[in-house]
Design a protein around this ligand. Sequence first.
Ligand code: ASP
Length: 350
Amino acid sequence: MLPPRRAFAFVLTAFALLSACGQQPRAHHWSIVVHGGAGVIERAQLTPELEAQYRSAMNHALQTGAAILDRGGSSLDAVQAVISDMEDDPLFNAGRGAVFGADGKNHLDASIMDGRSRAAGAVADVTRTRHPIQLARAVMEHSPHVMLVGEGAEAFGRTQNIEQVEPSFFFTERRWQQLVQELRARNLPIPPRPAGAPPAPQGALLFLDDHKFGTVGVVAMDEQGNIAAGTSTGGTNAKLWGRVGDSPIIGAGTYAQNGVCGVSATGTGEYFIRVGVARDICARMELRHETAEQASQEVFAELGAMHGDGGVIVMDGRGHAAWRFNTPGMYRARLEQGGRPLVQIFADED
Ligand code: ASP
């Protein structure tokens, strides 16, 4: 044992050496966990090509986040960068590739939360913002509010130089066909193809309706131990009348609190809102000292009893990540500093 004075001097020297190398002492291992939606995702419904595309997209998401966290970047930056990429990827129901509302338009929702101060930002029903997660972060950092909707949210985005695009930017044939199918099944009128969408392809199109939700979400902890969480979605297929789900609702679809937890959810938002899923998981971890696994299991028991379906990714205050879902599959991936990436889709992979 070193006498206290010498021990103190030793610690000071170690810090001085680290600073001389231009490095901050690394207080925590960084960690990241990502989801790309939950639902009826079964082997029989996913072609090998599509499965490979999803696995590679999930891997890419981990690598994007890891690159930021590994150079000492913040968890907020990692969450924003990964979600922005996934919003551009038509595989996911967020940004480009979002599902359509019954009115034939894409209505996008997103939220982000900073576990340091529990500052949060959210947007709902935006139709022109290329990266709703970036707009949510701008709401958090540059407005006095937590949640902005519709035209107002986009007017604010313009003051922040957040990129806007024509609504047809978000169009994908696969999602359009899913809308048409759903509206037919519900005997609802089919809206005209959106202006600016490519012409309808000839012949019958077969898109596997994988009944997945496809929302994206990320929770990360950086080397400073700061947790951030974010979620982005197009909502649910053929949604009606300005419907908003849980994803942009802080405490339902997203939550982050340093030292306690980070959560991002996906599933039928109506249930996640009523249970207050993200906040409930965190409250159990904080007040009952439940693990991420226990807390999500308890909350999912409640959700399941109401017939709610979907999944969550959860991180505890030390960067340990877990997930839970009650659907046949969930696109999910995680990586801790120094560890190996884990990418899974089907329930039986766990
Ligand atoms: N939770 C989203 C919503 O209800 C949908 C999803 O996760 O896929 O809007």
